[in-house]
Write a protein that binds this ligand. Structure first.
Ligand code: DAH
Length: 324
């Protein structure tokens, strides 16, 4: 019994979908498009039909033939493309790397500095950026009429709080919750209403340091800072301690770094913790002593990498950031 056009069409479509190998392709071609295939059988049938039916039947067979030839062609092309292996595959070629992020240069600098102090037994701690006048000024022995309390120098919130203008706040928070001996550093953001230019920003980063026990002296401070700066800038580094004033340390110094043709550059502030600060946190200032210091992270990163403009740190320009 011969098959109808519809039957052949339906079977052929189903079969086409299942073809996966060259062998399957070949047997499909023989079965449907070959000389003794199903299409050929339909063609043969045309001759046997009465004249009135020949035209319609012939037209439909032709349509099916065109359709099957095209579909078969498309299918075999597809299979060839999938199966074709690259002529030459060099597995020693480097892979295509995904684009990796990296740490911001400020974060890198903070981590490097933290690691140096961690090797000296300091713990890394942090504190809040929104603070009270007590932590930012009062407990740090900064008098009520000190200019840094002015709204020109500190951001105040409507609720009477402020954005800390120095990480020295963390000294107080740590001493309130821990008894000596202690050694901490506190990296973090600070805020000041400065006009932005190449060396100023309304937000920047500081690292505060504090060491307290019953026998730490000013010479320990000198030793620790000298060692720290040698680790960071190399063993040839030249530094000097210059007398200065800070309300929370007595005596106080600023430490300068010799920087080639630029001469001496101020790099950090430091000193022996003022007894008034110990009193404020409930330590017995007759029994404990220690030192504190504070440095600006941007300043150090700029010096080490030869960066001339502080704004580059905050612009998120990938061309700048990917250099570090
Ligand atoms: N807080 C000071 C500032 O922002 C830096 C500083 C100086 C911190 C001396 C200290 C210190 O702990 O002893 O300018």
């Amino acid at each position: 019994m011969s098959e109808t056009i519809d039957q052949v069409e339906e079977q052929a479509k189903l079969k086409l979908d299942t073809l996966r190998t060259p062998e399957e392709l070949a047997s499909f071609r023989i079965a449907y498009l070959g000389k003794k295939g199903k299409l050929a059988a339909l063609m043969e049938k045309i001759k046997t039909l009465p004249i009135e039916e020949k035209r319609e039947f012939g037209g439909r067979v032709n349509q099916l033939k065109n359709y099957l030839e095209k579909s078969f062609e498309a299918k075999s092309e597809l299979l060839h493309r999938v199966q074709k292996k690259p002529e030459f595959f060099d597995e020693t070629l480097p892979a295509i790397y995904p684009r990796l992020g990296r740490l911001h240069p400020i974060t890198q600098t903070i981590r490097e500095i933290s690691q140096i102090f961690e090797r000296l037994g300091f713990d890394v701690v942090d504190g809040p950026e929104i603070e009270t006048e007590y932590y930012n000024f009062t407990a740090l022995n900064i008098p009520l009429d000190h200019p840094s309390r002015d709204a020109f120098d500190t951001f105040y919130t409507e609720g009477g709080q402020l954005l800390r203008s120095q990480t020295s706040t963390v000294q107080i928070r740590v001493m309130q919750t821990k008894k000596p001996p202690l050694r901490i550093i506190a990296p973090g953001r600070v805020y000041r209403p400065d006009t932005v230019d190449a060396s100023h920003s309304f937000m920047f980063h500081q690292i505060e340091g504090l060491m307290v026990d019953d026998k730490t002296t000013f010479s320990d401070l000198k030793g620790v800072l000298h060692l720290f700066l040698r680790e960071l800038f190399g063993s040839e580094v030249k530094i000097r301690f210059r007398p200065h004033f800070f309300p929370f340390t007595e005596p106080s110094v600023e430490v300068d770094l010799r920087w080639g043709s630029r001469g001496w550059l101020e790099i950090l502030g430091a000193g022996s913790v003022d007894p008034n600060v110990f009193d404020a946190v409930g330590y017995n200032s007759k029994q404990v002593q220690g030192f504190a210091f504070g440095l600006g992270v941007e300043r150090i990163a700029m010096l080490r990498h030869g960066i001339e403009d502080i704004r580059l740190f905050y612009e998120n320009d990938i061309r700048f950031l990917r250099q570090f």
